[in-house]
Every structure is written in structure tokens, then in C-alpha cells.
Design a binder for this molecule. Structure first.
Ligand code: ATR
Length: 274
């Protein structure tokens, strides 16, 4: 009998997660039934409880429910705790475990797929919302030389820095927050756009000098060329990437949690791109 999983979100109809998980399952010779569940905005907890009664074994959680999933889980991994959000749930008879695979997904896409080491690099993280919080610790664990967080609302970036400063194991990395206009004198080897500005096709008011020679410009959005990617191409980034690889990598880590085997991601990324 195949085991049941789904991605929960609102909206959810465009999610590629079912395609990705079924591709992994075929590759590994496992039977998996992975669907999409549209949860009403005010009914996330009830939606999860119903799924448990229906025999689902776990779920991925996407916008806008990652914080509610964090609050619902009665057991959290350290990385879910660090992210303050949950994107993967495992249902047990006696409770729900919550994990966050987004950060490791980004790190693997940059390091294994794009073959760029984060260690000793100067990294700029743009954004201070849920997406940025979700990747901050895993990026810092790779020991960049410097990480600057910049955000339209500077206070949110300053709060992220403060949280990191409270964490003993990350004290050795230099982490700062600056307003967009105050990063003009810096250049970075890796620039990650974790804002949702691409959704509205908005330009970010970034100084054009931020890209060091051969810099990677990474947009966590996927599916179309964002103004950030166009800006990066115009202003000297050596390599640009969208978030499709991250999407597949975070799915692979969730697949591993549920099934105990790690699928190959490269063929799935290639097939989604084609
Ligand atoms: P997500 O879960 O996608 O991170 P979020 O928590 O609402 O969503 O955060 C959205 C992020 O994108 C924030 O950093 C937001 O900046 P503010 O904190 O100033 O709101 C950023 N953002 C969204 N649209 C933007 C725009 N047009 N220009 C600059 N930043 C933008």
C-alpha cells in the first residue's frame, strides 16, 4: 500500500511538490501518494487533524502556514527552532514532529549544484521575512567570512542579527544589518534575494556595486526572471540562479525524513527545467 503525503498551503494549485515527490518515489522504487491540500486560511490546525485521521503520514507546509505549523508541532528539530518556522511535518501516533528543510535546501543548491562554497565568502542576504529567517542559520553554519542582512524595514534585519548574536555556536561569524543605501561601499561574492519583491515584479533599490567579480546572484523565487535577476545580470554578477534547485533540494530532505533514503536531485531539477 502506498503511503500518503501532501503539501498544505493557500493557494496550492501551482505547487510542484507532487511532481517532485513522485519523481523521487519512482527513482527509489517506493510507492508514494503525494497530493495538494488547500487549507482554509483560518483552518490550518483542523486541516492537519483531518489529514491525520485520514491516514496521512506527513506533510509539507507552504505559504502562509509555516508559522502555524511551527506552533502546532509538539516536537521540533533544532533547525526548525532556529528558523522559527516549519515546512515538513511527520505524523506519529502520539504527536507531530516539525522540521525545516528550506535552509539545507538552499545551501545544497549553492554548494552541490552550483558548486560554490559559502565558506569564507562575503554574503548579502536581502530580506528579513520568513524566507530569510528560514535560511539564515544554515548559511551561517557554512562559515562565510561576513554576512550582511539588508531589508526595506531595517528593524527586522537588526532583530535577525540580534537573535544570531544570542547563539553561542554562531558567534565566530561576522553578521551585520544595513539599510539598502548603506551597502553601496561593500561588494559580495554571494547575493541572495529572500524578499517576495519578485511576486509583484518590484525593483529593489540596491546599489549596483554590490556584486564582486564572479558573484553569484541567487533569487529564492523561481518560475520567471525577476527584476533582481535582471539587475544582477546588468551589474556584473558572474552567475545567476533561481530557487528551483532549492525547491527540489528541500523536497529531497523531506523525502529523506519520511522514507529514510536520499533521492538524486539533479535529474529532477533537469526535468523540471525542460
Ligand atoms: P516571506 O515568507 O516570503 O519571507 P514575509 O515574511 O512577508 O514573506 O517577508 C517578505 C520580505 O520581502 C520582507 O523582507 C519584505 O520587506 P519588509 O520587511 O520591509 O516588508 C520584503 N519585500 C516584499 N516586497 C518588497 C519590495 N517591493 N521591496 C523591498 N522589499 C520587499
Amino acid at each position: 500500500m502506498s503511503s500518503r503525503f501532501a503539501v498544505i498551503g493557500n493557494p496550492i494549485e501551482h505547487s510542484k511538490s507532487p511532481i517532485i515527490h513522485h519523481a523521487f518515489a519512482t527513482q527509489m522504487g517506493i510507492e508514494v501518494d503525494y497530493g495538494r491540500v488547500l487549507s482554509p486560511l483560518d483552518r490550518f490546525v483542523e486541516t492537519v487533524q483531518t489529514m491525520r485521521l485520514e491516514g496521512y503520514r506527513g506533510a509539507n507546509v507552504t505559504v502562509p502556514f509555516k508559522l502555524e505549523a511551527f506552533n502546532l508541532a509538539n516536537q521540533l528539530t533544532e533547525r526548525a527552532h532556529d528558523a522559527g518556522a516549519v515546512n515538513t511535518l511527520v505524523f506519529y501516533e502520539n504527536g507531530i514532529a516539525g522540521d525545516n528543510t528550506d535552509g539545507i535546501g538552499l545551501v545544497r543548491d549553492i554548494q552541490q549544484n552550483l558548486k560554490i562554497d559559502i565558506k569564507d565568502k562575503r554574503v548579502l542576504l536581502i530580506g528579513a521575512g520568513g524566507a530569510a529567517e528560514g535560511v539564515l542559520h544554515p548559511v551561517l553554519e557554512q562559515q562565510p567570512k561576513l554576512l550582511v542582512i539588508t531589508n526595506r524595514t531595517l528593524d527586522k534585519a537588526l532583530n535577525m542579527v540580534k537573535k544570531v548574536e544570542d547563539k553561542e555556536s554562531l558567534r565566530f561569524v561576522s553578521v551585520n544589518a544595513h539599510a539598502f543605501e548603506d551597502i553601496a561601499s561593500h561588494s559580495f561574492d554571494i547575493v541572495i534575494n529572500a524578499t517576495s519583491s519578485g511576486l509583484s515584479d518590484s525593483e529593489l533599490p540596491l546599489p549596483p556595486s554590490i556584486f564582486a567579480q564572479q558573484a553569484l546572484a541567487y533569487d529564492m523565487m523561481y518560475g520567471r526572471e525577476t527584476p533582481f535577476i535582471r539587475f544582477a545580470k546588468r551589474h556584473g554578477a558572474g552567475l545567476v540562479a533561481d530557487g528551483l534547485g532549492m525547491l527540489v533540494e528541500q523536497a529531497a530532505e523531506a523525502f529523506y525524513l519520511w522514507h529514510g533514503v536520499m533521492p538524486k536531485t539533479a535529474p529532477v531539477i533537469a526535468s523540471l527545467r525542460s
